[in-house]
Design a binder for this molecule. Structure first.
Ligand code: NAP
Length: 446
């Protein structure tokens, strides 16, 4: 029997468990640990609340979760409740699938002013992540600035631009819906330090901006490369450019272009390319951002010396993420992830997903990643070496009073969230860990 511990219950964790079942069938017992009492990581707290179809991938993870050879061990922090060395003593292989939950820093003056957020915090706020539910963004100013040209920047712009009615059917948490409905933001500036050909936005996500009821996306035609240069791009990037070129002629794509003025749409989304942030301005709360014009030199953004200021009341930096450190696990500072060679960290210790490769790729990218790591583990551990596995962990948990949350207990939380949902919404998430625990372990407090 092989005993596998997976740390992290997001896509990378569940795809690894799925691969383990496929590889070893009844010859493996998998324990999936999570710091949170609820599973699925970024599916719950990262994927935008108005992208319910993407979230439905969790049904696939559920099939894996309900297999008797797999169990969820929620509300356990590896590195605090149990050390990596202890896990390694109990399990033949420990796979870190902990994602990249921390914001990369801009490293600019003024970054710590009030109402400047990283995307992990801001996205966590509207998705009800317990760590960020209380950040209380202020939308009293007309202008919001988003830094970054990836899909997270698009998520944030779309959420800021939507009317309350456009959240119907989403699971945006009520505190965020109420704040956004009262928002005075009408101008959203998306800063890209490089140009349109360098964006990492994908066409479907970009196209969504043109379909919003009150948003008018715009691109300065002067920022666009000559049309002939699009021919060298891959098909996805050519589609992306189609949208950006559509925005340059007037707030929409060929199908739903309403003309340069976007009649009836009062929220402007301005793409400001070749624009690198240099300082966040303000005394207590952000009042603006200083930007330097750039030009591309060998693919890199180089400042031109020309600067300008954009008055703004909120700044969200969507510039990527870093993996959390775990005591005694080697860390790659530059990459913001665990130091590893193709997923191997040390004998018996592995990593997958964003914890292995950094914050890139779609949810589906994690599937081959999970299968690849299981092949390596198979080669390394053979049939297992008689470690204690599950019963060993349970003995330690009992001794330490670790009150973990099982998958069936998560299902009770899920039922309660569905019962609390607004009309038309799939759920109203609990945003505090103690509320979740109270649902999972109702008798604990009595
Ligand atoms: P990303 O695609 O890597 O984009 C990060 C952006 O930040 C880039 O435009 C980068 O510019 C910019 N940036 C980095 N450091 C900066 C700095 N100091 N100043 C100014 N700009 C800076 O990352 P992401 O948007 O966080 O997305 C993470 C992953 O999740 C991606 O793989 C994404 O596709 C995925 N995702 C997918 C969806 C979806 O499919 N619907 C939704 C959300 C996220 P440079 O290129 O110049 O470095």
């Amino acid at each position: 029997m092989r005993h596998l511990a997976i740390v992290g219950s997001g896509p990378a964790g569940y795809y690894t468990a799925e691969a383990a079942l496929k590889q070893w069938g009844d010859g493996v017992k998998v324990d999936i640990f999570d710091l949170s009492p609820v599973p699925f990581g970024l599916i719950r707290t990262g994927v935008a609340p108005d992208h319910q179809s993407i979230k439905s991938v969790s049904h696939r993870y559920e099939t894996t979760a309900l297999n008797p050879n797999v169990r969820f061990v929620g509300n356990v922090m590896v590195g605090r409740d149990i050390t990596i060395a202890e896990l390694q003593d109990l399990y033949d292989a420990v796979v870190l699938a902990t994602g990249a939950p921390n914001d990369r820093k801009l490293g600019l003056p003024g970054e710590n002013l009030a109402n400047v957020f990283g995307s992990a915090a801001f996205v966590g706020w509207y998705n009800g992540h317990p760590d960020f539910a209380g950040i209380g963004p202020d939308f009293a100013h007309e202008t919001a600035v988003i830094v970054g040209n990836g899909n997270v920047a698009l998520d944030v712009a779309r959420i800021l631009a939507k009317s309350g009615a456009e959240f119907e059917g989403s699971d945006i948490v009520s505190h965020a819906l109420e704040a956004l409905e009262a928002s005075r933001v009408r101008r959203i500036v998306i800063l890209g330090r490089r140009g349109p050909h360098q964006v990492t936005m994908t066409p479907k996500e970009l196209g969504e901006l043109a379909k919003l009821s009150r948003a008018c996306p715009s691109v300065d035609p002067a920022d666009l490369p000559p049309l002939t240069e699009d021919a060298a791009l891959d098909p996805g990037m050519r589609k992306t450019m189609g949208h950006l070129r559509g925005f340059a002629i007037g707030g929409g794509t060929a199908n739903d272009n309403e003309g340069p003025a976007c009649p009836g749409r009062d929220v402007r989304i301005e793409f400001d390319f070749f624009a690198a942030p240099r300082a966040i301005l303000g005394t207590d709360q952000v009042e603006g951002i200083e930007v330097e014009r750039t030009r591309l030199v060998e693919g890199k953004a180089v400042g031109t010396g020309e600067t300008y200021r954009i008055p703004a009341g909120i700044v969200v930096a969507c510039i990527g993420y870093q993996t959390s450190r775990i005591p005694d696990v080697p860390y790659d500072e530059q990459g913001g992830r665990f130091a590893n060679t193709e997923g191997r960290i040390a004998p018996g210790l592995y990593c997958v997903g964003w914890a292995r490769r950094g914050p890139t790729g779609t949810i589906g990218t994690n599937r081959p990643d999970g299968f690849a790591i299981v092949e390596k583990i198979d080669a390394d551990i053979g049939e297992g070496s008689g470690k204690a596995g599950r019963p060993g962990f349970d003995a330690l948990a009992a001794q330490r009073g670790i009150d973990y949350v099982k998958f069936t207990e998560w299902q009770k939380i899920e039922e309660a969230e569905a019962a609390n949902a607004r009309q038309g919404a799939p759920r109203e998430k609990f945003v505090a860990v103690d509320q979740m625990i109270a649902e999972a372990h109702p008798s604990a407090g009595t």
